[in-house]
Design a protein around this ligand. Structure first.
Ligand code: PGA
Length: 252
């Protein structure tokens, strides 16, 4: 059975005091949750204080990005080694904002995934099509290419530390969630592709999260779908009560 994973991506929000206020409130509100893995993703500056604040709790911390080298002359970058040192368990890689705004390629994303695994970090690997691509009926090609290139050279053993997040770009921050049917269809396709690359068992074990305008009022429907194993939440992860409700989803 796949343990559900609910992850919050705080993006470029929250100073250190604000991050601590949010995570402390969340900690209280989800203290009794046992059967769901809970992850929060603060900005780099708040990672260490947040990992200190959640020590011993049922919440883990994700960074939102990393560079594929551990040390060197890479001004402004943060490495997997540093993230591990700051107490992170996860790192989000390949988010569509990184792909689109910062022009990150599949190859660069693949290098980051390998570097993160090299430091024993777990990876939330994001893929998803834009509205243009969906309208041009390229969704399946895009997902296939992003998966194949992003996971190039990854072993079945590595795969145990990777979670895929399907985030249709047109649903991120827009209030337009994919319907349960659209999301399930994409997740089933992704699982099928994983099966082609890694075999049946690895594909069955893999958690596939849905992301894109997940809210307290749509999470239950999404989580009741057979191939949706969790959610990656942006806007609604910035309020403790909303995120706690998402963590306590009720799949029908
Ligand atoms: P959103 O963001 O929930 O605000 O749409 C999701 C994401 O970008 O991970």
């Amino acid at each position: 059975m796949r343990t559900p994973l609910i992850a919050g991506n705080w993006k470029l929000h929250k100073t250190v005091p604000e991050a601590l206020e949010l995570v402390k409130a969340l900690k209280n509100q989800v203290a009794e949750v046992k059967d769901v893995e809970i992850v929060v993703g603060p900005a780099f500056t708040a990672l260490y204080p947040v990992t200190e604040a959640i020590r011993g709790s049922n919440i883990a911390v994700a960074a939102q990005n990393c560079y594929p080298e551990n040390t060197g002359a890479y001004t402004g970058e943060v490495s997997p080694l540093m993230l591990k040192d700051a107490g992170c368990k996860y790192v989000i890689i390949g988010h569509s904002e990184r792909r689109q705004i910062f022009k990150e390629s599949d190859e660069f994303i693949n290098a980051k995934i390998k570097a993160a695994l090299g430091e024993d970090l777990h990876v939330i690997f994001c893929i998803g099509e834009t509205l243009e691509e969906r309208e041009a009926e390229k969704t399946w090609d895009i997902l296939k290419t992003q998966l194949q290139n992003g996971l190039d050279g990854i072993t079945r053993e590595d795969l145990k530390k990777i979670v895929v997040a399907y985030e249709p770009v047109w649903a991120i921050g827009t209030g337009k969630t994919a319907t349960g049917d659209q999301a399930q269809e994409a997740h089933a396709y992704i699982r099928g592709q994983l099966k082609e690359i890694f075999g049946q068992q690895s594909a069955e074990d893999m958690r596939i999260l849905y992301g894109g305008s997940v809210k307290p009022d749509n999470v239950d429907g999404l989580m009741s779908r057979s191939d949706i194993d969790g959610t990656l939440v942006g806007g609604a992860s910035l309020k403790a009560a909303d995120f706690a409700r998402i963590v306590k989803f009720q799949a029908g």
